[in-house]
Write a protein that binds this ligand. Structure first.
Ligand SMILES: C[S@@+](CC[C@H](N)C(=O)[O-])C[C@H]1O[C@@H](n2cnc3c(N)ncnc32)[C@H](O)[C@@H]1O
Length: 298
């Protein structure tokens, strides 16, 4: 979701009519006309592959839609309680992907980790799934982030994941006001330099889901080293930007550090996260019809 917004800011929002567009009356079997829209200026200079396909308005909240929502005097409660009216299909697809992984690992021992939390949408989503499906279980969500403000002129800029900033005090207040202090933990660590120490102090911790969303090579490599041995068999490693040019280091770290025969699935209905790996799964055992490959020889 965050990357979508950042990409949208970077690429500009395609013009979208503010009034309803009549749906063309197509004969069965006829595809709708393909709009004659060039990629937004600048995209070619920055990206050449997947990101160029990720530029269209389909499934996004466009600026026209967002400003219409702003002008129609909805209350905050409308946005919380009636969120499908407003959120985009792409954003929904993201949470459907997390839900599918969660359901698949229900019954596997372990906690849930997110690395790179930002505002916390994914960590809160998993926390609320655990409240719904494991009301008496001890599963906790660990959201690892340094919650650090980018500094000065040399501060990282998009697409560097370090450019995202959520004040630690603010995210803690929304954890606290919802009474989730024992459900959602927010270890404030620099993953590169402090994760190893965190696990030396808490070596027993085991996970059923690990979601990586701070996709530089070094961070993903460090996370695979620390989390993979602590991921239960049957647990799922979820990768936000595998095989996506905005974060090539993620794919390269997977190539270098995951077992060669790890089966890399994608979410057919999804967008980002782009991939997941079920620990212990072998290709012959992968479900027929699933979109999967391995990274052997990559
Ligand atoms: C792309 S954002 C995460 C978005 C979030 N997963 C979501 O879906 O809304 C990346 C996050 O990684 C964090 N981050 C970047 N470098 C880090 C580091 N070395 N240690 C800890 N957190 C880091 C940033 O603070 C930022 O919140």
């Amino acid at each position: 979701m965050v990357l979508r917004k950042a990409l949208q800011r970077l690429l500009g929002t395609p013009a979208v009519p503010a009034v309803p567009v009549p749906v063309p009356d197509l004969a069965p079997g006829h595809a709708p006309p393909v709009p004659d829209v060039a990629p937004p200026a600048g995209i070619e200079a920055q990206f050449h592959f997947e990101a160029t396909k990720d530029s269209g308005p389909l499934g996004r909240t466009t600026e026209a839609a967002a400003s219409k929502f702003d002008s129609l005097q909805y209350r905050s409660e409308d946005f919380y309680d009636h969120f499908p009216c407003f959120t985009s299909a792409k954003n929904l697809s993201r949470f459907v992907s997390f839900y599918e992984c969660y359901k698949r690992t229900l019954g596997i021992a372990g906690h849930i980790a997110e690395v790179g939390v930002y505002r916390g949408a994914v960590s809160f989503f998993f926390t609320k799934l655990a409240l719904m499906y494991e009301p008496h279980g001890l599963t906790q969500v660990h959201g690892f982030d340094w919650f650090k403000e980018p500094e000065g002129e040399n501060a990282p800029k998009f697409p560097d994941p370090a450019s995202y900033h959520e004040p630690y005090e603010r995210i803690c207040s929304i954890v606290n006001v919802q009474g989730l202090q024992s459900h959602l933990l927010l270890p404030r660590v620099n993953v590169l330099t402090e994760l190893q120490d965190f696990f030396q102090r808490n070596d027993y911790l085991r996970f059923k889901i690990v979601f990586l969303d701070a996709g530089t090579y070094d961070i993903v490599a460090r996370c695979i080293e620390e989390f993979w041995p602590r991921l239960s068999q049957g647990g799922i490693l979820i990768l936000d930007q595998y095989n996506f040019e905005v974060a090539p280091g993620e794919t390269l770290a997977v190539r270098d550090l995951l077992p060669e025969d790890a089966v890399i699935h994608t979410f057919p209905q999804g967008w980002m996260p782009t991939a997941y790996v079920v620990k212990g799964e072998k290709l012959a055992a992968a479900e027929p019809g699933m979109h999967a490959g391995t990274h052997a020889g990559g």
